[in-house]
Design a protein around this ligand. Structure first.
Ligand code: CO8
Length: 373
């Protein structure tokens, strides 16, 4: 088996920011208008008042202060409350391929690799904007890569599960180097009229290059000591968006077609699963928790991350040990742990160990144990 390394990482975020205050301002203006419209029905007990949101609640409950939006226009407009995304023609570069390229190009540069070095492109994220042709093949063509590309979806664990696929392909010898890209365009799937979920997500793209150790020339590189993927079926995070709506006559724009969750249940069920998974993963490569210099964890909720690390280490986690990026980026589906890695890896010393771990819808948990070279 070939030794596999991560040799390049790329991160891109949109220019537009939406703060908690802006988001709550728009939601509350919409809720107040609806409540005013329905005042008689509310007074008669026929319907209930729509509750207001609060920026303080959002930051305290999640750690999120702002999020990036690929297209901000439309999201804060109470007559619309979704991004106003211009449709592109079939001959134009698609939105998702564009943001994928924005992360892929710096990842290739960091690895010192060109299109000729890559055999496989995996685009892996929570949603792709179409079923086919694969976004990965569009990106492959744009970069001039002669090989194969495919898309895969595993919600919040899409990135780590794709990194496992990349690792296995290189280890087995079916690819020399693999480009994994996570163009997380989440804002079109957010229900900005749902108080429980309107604040959770942001848009971003991340990418990584994996290759055989012997071809690596990168300044910062990491041997992949082990990978682990686990899924346990749960309905607590769900989107019913899909191609059957055309045939089953359901409303393709109904609330159940957008992201919805039972956040409290997710919190309670996923934290212990993630901690147990990480412990087993670290032990399986012959390491102990104390050997891990840095934890690049999924970024859904700051309290969740602190609970998991506290459970593992028995101490209060610091930003140095377990960096938090969701205050700036919010939950970016599968890209969160890779953003944490992209922004917080260069200071590690040769021999230091770190863990990338995602957890979320499915449920799905994915992890990689790394050693800096
Ligand atoms: N403003 C003010 N009050 C609020 C708000 C708000 N916006 N929202 C809820 N409240 C109220 C509630 O009504 C409740 O009031 P009461 O006590 O009177 O009933 C109170 O605040 C507490 O509500 P919760 O119990 O719901 O609040 P929590 O403390 O549990 O925090 C969280 C809510 C932040 C959602 C938290 O539960 C959480 O983060 N859970 C984990 C969720 C998670 O990790 N989910 C993963 C989802 S991501 C994923 O898997 C990827 C999916 C694919 C990508 C999708 C792209 C769109």
């Amino acid at each position: 088996m070939n030794e596999v390394v991560i040799s390049g990482v790329g991160l891109w975020h949109p220019a537009d920011v939406i703060t908690n205050e802006e988001l709550v301002g728009a939601y509350n203006a919409w809720a107040a208008r609806e409540n005013h419209r329905n005042a008689d029905a509310i007074a008669a007990g026929e319907t209930t008042e729509i509750p207001l949101s609060s920026a303080e609640f959002i930051e305290k409950a999640s750690g999120i202060r702002q999020r990036y939006a690929y297209v901000k226009d439309g999201i804060l407009d109470i007559d619309r409350m979704r991004p106003r995304l211009p449709e592109r023609g079939e001959d134009a570069l698609s939105h998702q391929a564009e943001i994928a390229l924005n992360a892929a190009v710096p990842a290739l540069a960091a690895a010192g690799k060109s299109a000729a070095d890559i055999d496989l492109v995996i685009v892996s994220c929570a949603y792709t904007q179409r079923a086919y042709p694969a976004i990965a093949i569009e990106v492959q063509a744009k970069l001039g890569i002669d090989g194969a590309g495919f898309d895969m979806l595993v919600a919040c664990s899409a990135a780590t599960f794709a990194l496992q696929r990349a690792h296995d392909a290189i280890a087995a010898g079916s690819a020399r180097a693999v480009l994994v890209i996570n163009p997380e365009l989440t804002s079109p799937q957010v229900n900005y009229r749902d108080r429980d979920g309107h604040f959770i997500f942001g848009d971003v793209a991340t990418a990584m290059v994996l290759e055989r150790a012997e071809t690596c020339t990168a300044l910062h590189s990491y041997t992949v000591l082990g990978t682990r993927a686990r899924t346990v079926y749960s309905n607590n995070i769900r989107s019913n968006f899909g191609y059957l709506s055309y045939a089953d006559d359901s409303n393709p724009y109904a609330a159940d077609k957008l992201f919805h969750q039972n956040g409290r249940r997710v919190f309670k069920e996923v934290c212990p699963m993630a901690a147990d998974h990480l412990l087993a993963q670290i032990q399986s490569v012959g390491l102990a928790v104390a050997d891990i210099r840095r934890w690049w964890l999924h970024q859904a909720n700051i309290n969740m991350n602190q609970l998991i690390v506290r459970r593992l280490l028995g101490t209060e986690p610091s930003q140095d040990v377990s960096p938090i990026v969701l205050d700036e980026y919010a939950n970016t589906a599968s890209a969160g742990s890779l953003i944490a890695f992209a922004l917080h890896h260069e200071d590690l010393k040769a021999g230091d160990h770190g863990v990338i771990c995602s957890f979320g819808a499915g449920y799905s948990i994915g992890s990689l144990v790394l050693r800096k070279r």
